[in-house]
Every structure is written in structure tokens, then in C-alpha cells.
Design a protein around this ligand. Structure first.
Ligand code: ATP
Ligand code: MG
Length: 577
């Protein structure tokens, strides 16, 4: 039940194509005895549930094959990178329950080597410094169905290129004035093969290296180099990189020619890239740029707003790491582009919390219930089950007296036949406490019920009918004399439409769900004062799962985030179910 107890359930999932790929390589002896994968986030934002899918795959495959997974920060673009992001990435991965051991790396660790490789490419006539502007360069590159136009700098002699590259590095050119390009094939049907950019100038200081460099390698150049130098065997990424794969292989080939591939177990380790479809989830956005915009415009309270699809947001909302892992396992690894219903994630959360979350009673929309045949000041104690799914969780004592709070929706003046809760003349079970028969009620001039009255059967203390007769309805309650009023935040889906990205002409921010956060007060049984984030979410009986907010809660005074609702049986009845 602890927040960090993340041992995922053993999976019975059939092998996916990437697992099969790795298995074949292992069998063919191509890994030198060790499968090595990597997870390469850019520290320019927080990780989200989509990243969790990649993390579970990268770390999961390494675990499965007894290998290792490297955490490598892809910090090749100083524009938006920071230590704040880097630290949170580590925290999120640890929270998910994965460990990179000593294998923490940064792209920046390799900048010297990358630059050496660039010089060697220039010296062997495989790269050149190009002065086309970005627009000219795009125009020259052309479209896949027609060959591109070679850059006028394509045939500069190597020694001149080398001097220009060194000038670039020395800061003699302005940002954007020139770049280093590989000389590959301007007629290739693959646009990424048409003399791709390897290095560009950027004078923004790097968050670790400051102004040491003013040129930075492109991801397509840096990534295969990092993989090769670390002896990565299997480099798995999302589908949009599939068209970059020939370039990845081209860079690895050049490193092979330069004798730079590492050897393990007598085998030269050549990294290979394969692609899988990214995770998309309904009712949210997953692009870092869009998430950053929500944060910057104050439309959410931060990256860790409990409505965000970020891992820190989900954690703050009370999603257990095990549920996130189970969900990632469940969606599987394929090449089909699809959006996963957020309901599947929510149900993974419910499945997990149903097993682990202790039950407590709280009332969110209270109306007073008076037990008229109980004396003022009279109190009783009942035993409440802490978790019906876990007998070891035991019971607790809850006290009650003449006045209780019950849920407004649990009373109807004039109910349909199937309504088994409170209404005049009907009997219900007040959970764990007793049987109660409603005899009357009061209402204000607007017809709002202000008080429910009735009588209890003292012989039913504990909630069972003394003669064993059936009582259909059971409702939760809070003892009015001792209930604590604690703040709760009722969270719901962040967007009101399934796909906020669907219409490119519509600003996604207009599609935010105005009801995604409602602040309320819960009247709670006193035990809830002790709830702390380290113990995980609790279930408020019949209302949902609630988690003490790790930032706003104070000792003895939790503030609850609604993690997930439960299914409401009344809603089903209303639909005729
Ligand atoms: P950016 O637009 O900044 O590149 P990104 O989401 O690709 O954003 P990275 O930090 O580069 O962010 O991602 C790290 C790794 O996570 C990459 O290998 C990427 O393929 C994978 N990844 C990112 N988004 C998803 C997703 N929605 N589903 C699965 N994997 C993802
Ligand atoms: Mg990326």
C-alpha cells in the first residue's frame, strides 16, 4: 500500500514484436551476452504517461533479459533544458519502480567525441559546412517524389570545410548563419537522407556546460553515437523515428568504419533502432509544448496539477505506480496508431486501489439525519471493516449518536420502485451501524430537504437485522458530533472532448473542461485526520478514492484529491441497467 511499493504483477502478456526481436538477437549471439537498452528523455519538460509506456518498455525489456537500461538525458538543445526537469525525470522513473543503477548518462558527456566524429566526417568528404538559410535549405531539400537540389557548398574541398567547421565551433559565425551537413544523397526518396543537418549554432548557454559550446549536435547525429558508445543493443523509440532509421544506421556505419563500436563478449556491438506506436490518451493532450502552455498560462496549477497527464500529476492525484505500470503493460506494444480510452487508465487505478485502499466514511453533500428514538448524548460504537478485499486489514471502531450526516442523493421524497435508499416508510442499513426506518423529513421553501427523521432498531447494532430479514439499501454516514470537515478537490478529466487535438483551427485551450476541478468539503470520520500521502489513497465508501495532497496537506489536516470515482449503481439503474 505504500506509495513506492511498485512490484508490478507478473505479466502473462503474449510476446510483442520487440520482445521477439530482442529474443532473436540474444539467440543469435548478437548482444555479446547482455541486452542493453536506454531511455533518452530530453530534460525540457516533465514526463507524462506516454513516457511511462516507453520507460516500462525500455526498463522492462532490460529486466526481462537480465540486462541493463541506461537513463540518458538527451540534452543536445540548450533552449529549454534545465536541472529542475532533469531531477524530476529521475524522481518519476524511480517512482515507477525502475532503477538505472550506475548507468546515468548525458548527451553532453559525449560532445567532445561527437565533435571529433564530425571532424573526421569532414576530413573524409562525408560532411560539409552549408550557408543556405533555413528557408533555402528547405526549398533545396524538396519533396519526396522529386530529387532535391544540391547545396552550392556541397563540393567544398575537405580542408576548407574543416577550417569552416573549426570557425563554427570557435564562434566566428552567427546563430543560423551556417550548419554542418552530412553529404549523403540529395535524390533519396527519404527526405531525412538528403544531406541532413548534423550541427547547428546556438548561443544560448547549456544548463551544464554553460558557454563551452556554441554548436550543438542534432538528435539524429547524437543519438546513434550515444547508443554505440554505450554498447546499447536495442534502441526503441516511437514511430515518428522510423523514417530516421536509415540515418541512424548511416551514423553507426561511419562509427564502425572509424573502429568506434564497443566490443562485448567477443562481439562487436552494433546498436539497432526499432519503433513502436506512441501512447495517446483521450480527454487530454500529451505534447510537451501544449502541457507547458497550460502551465505557463496558469490554466493548471503546475506540471504536477492532479489533472495533468504528467507522472508527477498522476502521483499527486493518488494514482499508484503499480496501476500505471499495469496500464502500460495492458496497452501493449504495437505499430498501430491509436488513442487509448482514458477510462482504461482509470479502471487500472480502480483495480489497484480496490485491493489496497482502506475504506473510510465521509459525506460530500450532507443532509442531517436524526434518530428520534435515541437520546441526545447517547452514543454507540460499531466495528467497520477496513478493507473487504483484504481481511488482514482488520476493523476499526466508529462511533455514532442521535444525529448523523448522510448524502443528499441517498434520500428521495417520492422515489421510483427500484430506489432502495432513504425515503419515507422505507428501511435502510446505515453501514456498520444499524437499521434505520425513515418516518419523515423537513424541507425549506424551495423544496430542499433539510432534515431526515426516523427510528433505529437497537437490536440491529452492527447493521444486521435481528430476524435476518433482507435490507436492500446500505448507505454511508458520518457522525455529526464528531465529524471533521476536510477540504476535498473533486477532479475530473481535464478536457471536455475526447480529442482536444482533433481540430487544428480550434485552440485546444478552449476545450478545457470547466468542471475539471470542484472544491468541496467532506464531513469525515475522525480517523481520516491521520491520512498521509505515504499510506496511499483511501476509499471514501461509495464515493471514490481520495489521496491526501502531498503539498497542501498539513499534519493532522489532510486536503484530499479525488483520485477516481467508483461506479455509481444509481446511474446504472437510471439507465435501466
Ligand atoms: P519532444 O517533442 O520534446 O521531443 P518527446 O515527448 O518526444 O517530446 P522526449 O523526452 O524526447 O520527449 O521523449 C523520450 C522518449 O519517450 C522518446 O524515446 C520517445 O520516443 C518516448 N515517448 C515520448 N512520448 C511518448 C508517448 N506518447 N508514447 C510512448 N513513448 C513516448
Ligand atoms: Mg523527443
Amino acid at each position: 500500500m505504500s506509495e513506492n511499493d511498485t512490484g508490478a504483477a507478473p505479466s502473462a502478456a503474449p510476446k510483442h514484436f520487440l520482445e521477439q526481436w530482442i529474443e532473436d538477437d540474444v539467440a543469435a549471439g548478437r548482444t555479446g551476452g547482455k541486452v542493453v537498452t536506454r531511455f533518452p528523455p530530453e530534460p525540457n519538460g516533465y514526463l507524462h504517461i506516454g513516457h511511462a509506456k516507453a520507460i516500462c518498455l525500455d526498463f522492462g525489456m532490460a529486466e526481462k533479459f537480465g540486462g541493463e537500461c541506461h537513463l540518458r538525458l538527451d540534452d543536445t538543445n540548450p533552449t529549454k533544458e534545465s536541472d529542475e526537469f532533469a531531477e524530476n525525470i529521475k524522481e518519476d522513473i524511480r517512482w515507477l519502480g525502475f532503477d538505472w543503477g550506475e548507468h546515468f548518462y548525458s548527451a553532453a558527456d559525449y560532445f567532445d567525441t561527437m565533435y571529433e566524429i564530425a571532424e573526421r566526417l569532414v576530413q573524409t568528404g562525408r560532411a560539409y559546412v552549408c550557408f543556405l538559410s533555413q528557408e533555402e535549405w528547405k526549398k533545396h531539400r524538396g519533396i519526396p517524389t522529386e530529387p532535391g537540389i544540391p547545396s552550392p557548398w556541397r563540393d567544398t574541398p575537405p580542408e576548407e570545410n574543416l577550417a569552416r567547421l573549426r570557425d563554427m565551433k570557435a564562434g566566428k559565425y552567427k546563430d543560423g548563419e551556417c550548419c554542418l551537413r552530412a553529404k549523403i544523397d540529395m535524390a533519396s526518396p527519404n527526405i531525412h537522407f538528403r544531406d541532413p543537418v548534423l550541427y547547428r549554432i546556438n548561443r544560448l548557454p547549456h544548463y551544464h556546460l554553460g558557454t563551452k559550446w556554441c554548436i550543438y549536435p542534432m538528435y539524429d547525429f547524437a543519438h546513434p553515437i550515444e547508443d554505440a558508445l554505450e554498447g546499447v543493443t536495442h534502441s526503441m523509440c516511437t514511430l515518428e523515428f522510423e523514417v530516421h532509421r536509415p540515418l541512424y544506421d548511416w551514423v553507426v556505419d561511419r562509427m564502425d568504419e572509424m573502429g568506434m563500436l564497443v566490443e562485448r563478449g567477443g562481439v562487436k556491438i552494433r546498436p539497432h533502432q526499432r519503433e513502436f506506436s506512441r501512447l495517446g490518451i483521450s480527454y487530454t493532450v500529451m505534447s510537451k509544448r501544449k502541457l507547458a502552455e497550460l502551465v505557463e498560462k496558469g490554466l493548471v496549477s503546475g506540471w504536477d496539477d492532479p489533472r495533468m497527464p504528467t507522472l508527477c500529476g498522476l502521483r499527486r492525484r493518488g494514482y499508484p505506480a503499480r496501476a500505471v505500470r499495469a496500464f502500460c503493460e495492458g496497452v501493449g506494444i504495437t505499430k498501430f496508431i491509436s488513442t487509448t480510452d482514458v477510462g482504461i487508465l482509470e479502471s487500472a487505478v480502480r483495480d489497484e486501489l480496490n485491493k489496497s485502499a482502506p475504506r473510510r466514511m465521509a459525506v460530500l453533500d450532507p443532509v442531517k439525519l436524526v434518530i428520534e428514538n435515541m437520546a441526545p448524548g447517547e452514543t454507540h460504537e460499531c466495528d467497520a471493516v477496513n478493507n473487504p478485499e483484504d481481511p488482514a486489514a482488520g476493523t476499526r471502531k466508529v462511533r455514532f449518536g442521535r444525529e448523523l450526516w448522510v448524502e443528499r442523493a441517498d434520500f428521495m421524497k417520492d422515489p421510483p420502485k427500484k430506489f432502495h435508499r432513504l425515503s419515507p416508510g422505507r428501511e435502510v442499513r446505515l453501514k456498520y451501524a444499524c437499521l434505520f426506518t425513515c418516518t419523515g423529513f423537513s424541507e425549506d421553501e424551495n423544496g430542499n430537504v433539510t432534515e431526515i427523521r426516523g427510528t433505529w432498531d437497537p437490536a440491529s447494532l452492527g447493521g444486521n437485522a435481528p430476524d435476518g430479514h433482507a435490507v436492500r439499501g446500505t448507505i454511508h454516514w458520518a457522525d455529526a458530533a464528531t465529524a471533521l470537515a476536510l477540504p476535498v478537490r473533486l477532479y475530473d478529466r481535464l478536457f471536455s472532448v475526447e480529442n482536444p487535438d482533433a481540430d487544428p483551427d480550434r485552440d485546444f485551450k478552449e476545450l478545457l473542461n470547466p468542471e475539471s476541478r470542484k472544491d468541496a468539503t467532506a464531513l469525515c470520520e475522525p480517523a481520516l485526520a491521520a491520512a498521509v500521502p505515504a499510506d496511499g489513497a483511501v476509499q471514501f465508501e461509495r464515493l471514490g478514492y481520495f489521496f491526501p495532497d502531498p503539498i497542501d496537506s498539513k499534519p493532522g489536516a489532510p486536503v484530499f484529491n479525488r483520485t477516481a470515482t467508483l461506479r455509481d449503481s444509481w446511474a446504472k439503474i437510471a439507465k435501466g441497467g
